[in-house]
Design a protein around this ligand. Structure first.
Ligand code: SF4
Length: 163
């Protein structure tokens, strides 16, 4: 039987693509269960956008991912460098990959300025979360790709069984 394809943040699969050069791997039991249910398509939007690894941490200032896409908010480093265009490019390339593979769901890293689906940091580099989506999560959801985070993996599996 042809497996459903799932877009997944590369750092959750152990790829060292985070801003600090590290990964955030899910426990093997979790991703093994996902791998049984889905064909996994790993992506790192920030790498796709041309940013190096390691890179300075970044947060969304003045809004959420959907406002960045409309050029109404900015993604900035702590030093104030505006790197919004790289984030938008990464989001657009991630959407193109999702569409090429026919992905209708994505499991993305929580709280990231690219991948976060429910919360992001407040833009002041204070380690304080607020409601909002990252740039890629926002673009995917605007285009019909439902985004889950790694804490929601069991809900995602249950949803896949129901469909
Ligand atoms: Fe992980 Fe997404 Fe950040 Fe890439 S952009 S390191 S996939 S959270």
């Amino acid at each position: 039987m042809k497996q459903t394809k799932l877009l997944i943040s590369a750092c959750l699969l152990g790829q060292p693509v985070r801003y600090d050069g590290q990964s955030k791997p899910m426990p093997e039991t979790k991703w093994a269960a996902l791998q049984q249910a889905f064909e996994l398509i790993p992506v790192c939007p920030e790498c796709l956008g041309g940013l190096p690894t390691p890179r300075p941490p970044a947060e969304i200032s003045g809004g959420s991912g959907c406002q960045v896409l409309k050029r109404q908010a900015r993604v900035k480093t702590a030093a104030g460098e505006d790197i919004s265009l790289a984030f938008i490019s990464g989001a657009e390339q991630t959407l193109a990959i999702a569409q090429q593979h026919g992905c209708h769901a994505a499991l993305l890293k929580a709280n990231s300025p690219s991948c976060g689906n429910r919360q992001i940091y407040n833009g002041n580099f204070e380690k304080t979360l607020r409601s909002g989506q990252g740039v890629t999560a926002a673009l995917l959801e605007e285009n019909g790709v439902r985004v889950w985070n790694e804490e929601e993996w069991q809900e995602l599996l249950a949803q896949n069984v129901r469909n």
